[in-house]
Design a protein around this ligand. Structure first.
Ligand code: ADP
Length: 478
């Protein structure tokens, strides 16, 4: 048993193989159905033709006997009595396969073939009542008989009914066995054809699967260089691959234009907005005679201007990262020291932030400013989305050759379905819930870009109303 290869059939694989919407299944079923119909049609026609040929040959013989018999009876009855003449004519035409008999209008046997008289063959035939006037094939007592009946008139006098029975069991049995063999051969042919058709269709559709695999793995950055290489593919599929390549190229150009536009617009808008923000801040500082309403309006305008400047800065950062123009100044950083620095910076937050640092130094190779930006962003979120008085905890550990930084809060948490999406651009769990926090939905996507740019990873574990833990893993400096 151990020599048998293991069939690795998962329910998903089986579902794919039998998927009724797939082109492979549709083509296989369609072509197999047409082949089955065609082959069954041919077999049916052959059997009908053979049966016809077989029956027609014997029918002609029957007709010949039916035509000749009255004439024979007439000749014999000139010499002997009419009953003897009929018997003689019957004996003359009877052979191993042909039995004849004549019944009077009253239904009594007038004359019959010897085997019938002796009761050796076909005795049931004479008792049949529904014999047609045209030769008809009937199964009587396990044998096939071609039966027909005609009126017997001799010298203008109706003698009764003349019956002819031809035993065609030999030919019919041979025909049926031939039909059985033909049907069996057709069945085997259909099965083999279906298997070969399924294999051929699968092979023919492989280039399409290859295109779909290749395109599925192309990232936004690789759109322009995407090459769909297909050897031995049909020319139509190659043409499709070429069209797809051109489309991807156009998409890449459009993507690049869009990035450029975002970058330029962000850059152009940031400068005047910074000036506006500066004027608003200085007006607020020096405006001693401002009314409360005027002050509130200016404060709102200043905070909105700052928020927009931050948004433009984030967009600029992302556009740079997308076009590969985000540069990192890598250097060894002692995380214990960086976190102590951050501790000083976050002391003004209204919520307690505790730091749990190991005694040993944890050193990573990263860009100090970018890493600071990452941590401040995560701490800022932890504060923004926490309503509880429980402190936020920042933990540093060293694990399996990596540095592990964790930012844990006891805040509102993130529903499971949103946890993978919060790193997407402009994604916010609940727009209404997030609006008053003043964010833009870009913070975490920048954090992820920066962490990955420094060779690390970021993940989140969270439970609604219990809190969230963001974990940043960075490679250690060696
Ligand atoms: P935002 O500017 O809205 O804070 P982010 O990209 O920083 O954008 O975060 C995306 C979304 O993830 C937020 O809108 C918020 O719903 C959710 N989120 C981020 N951090 C936390 C956290 N610590 N607790 C709960 N939800 C969070």
């Amino acid at each position: 048993m151990k020599f048998l290869p293991r069939l690795n059939v998962t329910p998903q694989k089986l579902k794919n193989v039998l998927d009724p919407t797939s082109l492979r299944v549709r083509l296989t079923v369609g072509i197999a159905a047409v082949s089955i119909l065609g082959l069954s049609g041919v077999v049916t026609w052959i059997s009908w033709r053979m049966q016809n040929i077989l029956v027609v040959t014997h029918k002609n013989n029957t007709k010949y006997i039916a035509d000749r018999f009255p004439h024979d009876v007439e000749i014999y009855s000139d010499m002997v009595s009419i009953q003897e003449g009929t018997q003689k004519a019957i004996d003359n035409l009877t052979n191993t396969n042909t039995l004849l008999w004549v019944k009077t209008p009253q239904g009594e046997i007038f004359a019959q073939s010897m085997p019938l008289k002796m009761g050796s063959r076909g005795t049931q035939l004479v008792s049949l009542t529904d014999i047609p006037t045209q030769p008809d094939l009937q199964l009587v007592n396990g044998r096939y008989w071609l039966l027909c009946a005609t009126d017997l008139k001799v010298k203008g006098v109706t003698l009764g009914e003349f019956y002819i029975a031809q035993d065609i069991t030999g030919d019919q049995t041979m025909f049926l066995s031939l039909m059985r063999s033909l049907s069996f051969a057709s069945l085997i042919t259909i099965v083999c054809m279906t298997v070969v058709i399924a294999w051929y269709i699968k092979k023919s559709l492989q280039p399409l699967n290859r295109i779909s695999q290749l395109t599925a793995n192309i990232s936004a950055e690789q759109l322009g260089e995407a090459k769909i290489q297909l050897e031995n593919a049909p020319s139509e599929v190659k043409a499709l691959a070429k069209t797809l390549e051109t489309t991807l190229m156009r998409l890449s150009e459009a993507w690049e234009d869009q990035r450029q536009l975002v970058s330029n617009v962000s850059h152009e808008l940031r400068t005047p907005l910074t000036v506006v923000s500066g004027y608003l801040q200085s007006t607020l500082r020096r405006g001693h005679n401002l009314t409360d309403i005027q002050r509130e309006a200016l404060e709102t305008a200043a905070s909105e201007a700052d928020r927009t400047i931050q948004l433009l800065q984030d967009l600029l950062d992302l556009a740079r990262a997308d076009s590969g123009r985000m540069y990192f100044h890598f250097e060894p950083i002692i995380l214990n020291e960086l976190l102590a620095e951050i501790q000083g910076m976050v002391s003004q937050y209204p919520i307690l932030i505790k730091f749990s640092l190991p005694a040993d130094q944890v050193i990573v190779k990263a860009d100090k400013n970018r890493l600071k930006q990452v941590l401040l962003n995560l701490i800022d979120n932890a504060v923004k989305y926490s309503q509880s008085v429980e402190p936020i905890i920042i933990k540093l550990d060293q694990e399996k050759g990596k540095a592990k930084l964790q930012i844990c809060d006891r805040g509102i948490g993130i529903p499971l379905g949103d946890q993978t999406r919060i790193f997407e651009r402009f994604y916010r769990v609940d727009e209404a819930r997030s609006r008053h926090t003043g964010g833009t939905g870009l913070g975490l996507s920048i954090v992820k870009t920066l962490v990955e740019g420094m060779g690390g990873t970021i993940g989140v574990i969270s439970q609604v109303d219990q809190g969230s833990t963001f974990t940043v893993i960075l490679p250690l400096y060696r």
